[in-house]
Design a protein around this ligand. Structure first.
Ligand SMILES: *Cc1c(COP(=O)(O)O)cnc(C)c1O
Ligand SMILES: [Zn+2]
Length: 422
């Protein structure tokens, strides 16, 4: 059994039973899962989490499933790395990377939301799953639905990166490439969801799906020794992750697991698609939809479903928003790789680039702790680096050819200092 009381409208607070619902029928506000915190407080001490599995399921008391999970048994519990090299480069003292580029099974944080959504879909009795996706969600729904024996339909914009298309197709879903941007794909899927009784993970079971993102924040708090950082930089697409990281910290605070949360949450978007950052810059509550034009395709949502709440989260925390141009994204991908040995996708380029700017602008002081969110893997967005990372040096297979190639370039080879052996 779970600690879920039901669903609650985020606007008018009307309550609903825990069913496959997602909008309030009175005010059209989004529904959110509500927990019994009184009982959680009595029955779930911090030590129970610490004894749990080394996956996101160690937080299952804070997730909306009743039975056992049907996928994602090894998802989550990704590294939180102290990034000394990058920190030195950026001039900050205490920098961490939360690295979901190695989240199982599909190398992005979307595995967290999908395993919760599919487990709930099974409990509801759905036999078919689906999603509207900018790529990573497609990969995760494809893979995890294969494992959990769902029929699966994946809807993506037709211009996605090859790596993301292949990493869906291999799991044998039906992939529908829609000639349009994500917002058009999403609108189409909302119509399809009205006609076919499929579990669209990010549409009709979105309240359950979204809760999975909390585990990203739970892990950060636990891995920092049950504290939260002074700052966290979070990528924003639909705006769900950023709101759920904040919710996760606040839940742990409410439980008494951690002290009062004083984390400033900073939103990171690509300049070519930054409706949330624009609202923050203009100090407005209204999210003006935009037509995305950026290499950060995983973040290219021009009309974010949770944009309003993303803005609210940033403001309530005292954080800020900043954008990154395509060139800055590429430079940041290379910077992270060169300093920390992590190859992130374009979304990670956005957060690193934005973190760099916020430090330079003095918005993140150099002596305060900070986390940069890395949410996806660079092998999926290789197009972004085409022609921007040089080429291998091609030679014939001989020692002289090797040395000649460098002599020609005027590059002297390091002698190295390995001990001499015979
Ligand atoms: C989906 C996605 C995000 C943003 O998620 P939202 O919850 O929609 O804001 C961030 N990074 C990557 C790599 C993603 O795939
Ligand atoms: Zn309502």
């Amino acid at each position: 059994m779970s600690y879920v009381k039901g669903l609650k409208c985020r606007e008018c607070e009307r309550r609903y039973p825990k069913e496959a619902l997602y909008v309030c029928e009175y005010c059209f506000g989004p529904l959110e899962v509500e927990y019994d915190y009184e009982r959680l407080k009595k029955e779930v001490p911090r030590s129970k989490i610490e004894r749990g599995p080394k996956s996101l399921w160690r937080y299952r008391d804070f997730l909306p499933i009743d039975g056992d999970p049907v996928s994602g048994l090894s998802s989550g519990f990704t590294p939180l790395l102290r990034a000394e090299n990058l920190g030195r480069e950026l001039g900050v003292h205490e920098l961490y990377i939360k690295d979901d580029s190695v989240c199982h099974p599909t190398l992005s944080f979307k595995d967290r939301v999908v395993c919760v959504a599919l487990s709930k879909a099974k409990e509801f009795g759905f036999d078919t799953t689906a999603c509207a996706s900018t790529g990573n969600l497609a990969n995760s729904v494809s893979a995890q639905s294969a494992l959990a024996n769902f029929k699966r339909f994946i809807f993506i914009p037709a211009d996605l990166e090859l790596g993301k298309v292949v990493a869906s197709l291999v799991y044998h879903p039906t992939v529908v490439a829609v000639e349009g941007n994500y917002d058009e794909v999403n609108r189409l899927c909302t119509e399809i969801a009205g006609r076919y009784r499929w579990a669209f993970v990010n549409i009709n079971i979105r309240p359950y799906y979204a809760e999975g993102s909390k585990t990203y924040g739970f892990e950060i708090a636990e891995q920092l020794g049950w504290t939260t950082p002074k700052h966290i930089v979070v990528p924003v697409a639909g705006g769900s992750l950023i709101t759920k990281i904040w919710k996760s910290f606040k839940e742990f605070e409410k439980m008494g697991y951690i002290d009062k949360v004083e984390t400033k949450v900073h939103a990171a978007q690509a300049e070519g698609c930054c409706p949330v950052v624009t609202a923050l810059r203009e100090k407005s509550d209204i999210i003006k939809p935009v037509k995305p034009k950026t290499i950060a395709k995983s973040l290219a949502i021009g009309n974010p479903a949770d944009g309003f709440y993303a803005v609210k989260t940033v403001r309530n925390s005292g954080g800020s928003g900043e954008g990154a141009t395509d060139e800055e994204i590429v430079e940041a991908i290379k910077l992270l790789a060169r300093t920390e040995g992590i190859f992130t996708e374009t979304a990670g380029g956005v957060t690193v680039a934005v973190a760099k700017k916020l430090i330079e602008e003095g918005i993140i002081p150099k002596d305060e702790s900070m986390v940069i969110s890395i949410t996806g893997n660079g092998l999926k967005t290789q197009e972004a680096l085409e022609g921007k990372i040089g080429h291998p040096i091609k030679i014939r297979p001989s020692l002289s050819a090797f040395e000649e190639a460098f002599r020609e370039k005027g590059v002297s080879l390091p002698r190295g200092n390995a001990p001499v052996t015979r």
